[in-house]
Design a protein around this ligand. Structure first.
Ligand code: PHE
Length: 350
């Protein structure tokens, strides 16, 4: 290899070693710069004849061009590498699923309430809402609850400001005050007809909502839900209660062989009274009696407080626990999960 070819080779090797544009500029200076190798070679022609200059000059020019070409190629290679690195660093995986707005859903207890309303709606029941801060009258007195009943103690009931000592305000301990509120409204509407002996359309209503008691463990929360039911007419019996509630439970749990038990009990506002237990024939809870509601024929004193004559009007009431129904339906074993607001729990019911 002659001297000029060797120079091109060493330039190529020098450029190849440069890994940044700055390195490359330094390498370029060594060969093409003012005091670089090419300039040196030019200067070295000073003592040559005109003919020799001609051929030597042409050869050096070819060498210079070859070095410039090698420089250009290396420059382009470095630019390409830089672009590749940048593309790699900023790469987007277009196959990743897009970010979506989180989709909300109803709370499991709300799903249960919707279901209760739908089933009772199909049986001709109206749906009523009432206040959670109640007066002593609607929560206890109008419901035939004696002055000294234990439920009235500070131990069981949250009392709130407002009202008087004789008639304090409280957080309703059950949805039963809605029996009185709804019936009084209804009776007021038909008062003239009732007084004229023409009767009134039957009262048929459910009243779902929040209720409060001083109570807290795995199966009791200070805030919980109830759903009241009331059917008052001229001849509404305990048999009707059994038929309606059995129908409801079997529809709610989609289980035709569900068995109900009406266990004698006591409530001041019903007589006779019963706790309602259900029993599944299949599934993980099969064979156990599970309490789901309190119920009974509405007490004559309560019928009177509704503005009706208990000699003419009679019916049944029940109060069930939608939280309990939700636990049974979905197999949840701790009531507190419903009210912790943990999205990992709640999103399972979407
Ligand atoms: N209010 C009662 C309770 O909270 C349930 C009930 C409602 C019982 C209606 C009889 C009739 O336990």
């Amino acid at each position: 290899m002659n001297e000029l070819d060797a120079l091109v080779e060493s330039a190529r090797a020098g450029f190849a070693q440069a890994t940044t544009p700055a390195d490359l500029e330094n390498a370029k200076a060594r060969f093409l710069g003012k005091s670089g190798r090419i300039t040196e070679l030019m200067k070295g022609m000073a003592g040559l004849s005109v003919d020799e200059k001609k051929s030597r000059g042409a050869a050096i020019n070819l060498t210079k061009q070859a070095i410039e070409t090698a420089l250009g190629e290396r420059r382009q290679a470095l630019l390409d590498a830089e672009l590749q690195a940048q593309l790699q660093a900023e790469a987007l995986d277009v196959t990743l699923p897009g970010r979506q707005r989180g989709q909300g859903g109803l709370h499991p207890v709300s799903l249960t309430l919707e279901r209760i309303e739908e089933i009772f709606g199909s049986m001709g029941f109206d749906v009523a809402q009432g206040p959670e801060i109640e007066s002593d009258w609607f929560n206890f007195t109008a419901l035939n609850t004696p002055e000294d009943h234990p439920a009235r103690s500070m131990h069981d009931t949250f009392y709130v400001e407002g009202g008087t000592e004789a008639a304090p305000n409280l957080l309703r301990t059950h949805t039963s005050p809605m029996q009185i509120r709804y019936a009084v409204q209804h009776v007021k509407k038909y008062r003239a007809r009732i007084d004229a002996g023409q009767g009134m359309p039957e009262i048929r209503v459910i009243a779902p909502g929040r209720t409060y008691r001083v109570d807290s463990d795995a199966t009791h929360s200070p805030m919980f839900h109830q759903c009241e039911g009331l059917w008052i007419g001229e001849n509404v019996s305990f048999k009707d209660l059994k038929v309606v509630f059995t129908d409801f439970c079997r529809t709610f749990f989609e289980s035709d062989d569900l068995v109900l038990r009406f266990r004698p009990s006591f409530f001041p506002f019903t007589e006779p009274s019963a706790e309602i237990d259900i029993q599944f024939q299949t599934g993980p809870l099969a064979g156990r009696w599970l309490e789901v509601a309190g119920s009974g024929e509405v007490h004559p004193n309560v019928v009177r407080n509704m503005g009706l004559d208990p000699e003419h009007y009679i019916g049944f009431a029940f109060g069930m626990g939608p939280d309990r129904l939700t636990m049974l339906r979905y197999g949840v074993n701790d009531l507190r999960l419903f009210f912790d607001g943990d999205i990992r729990f709640l999103s399972q019911f979407r």
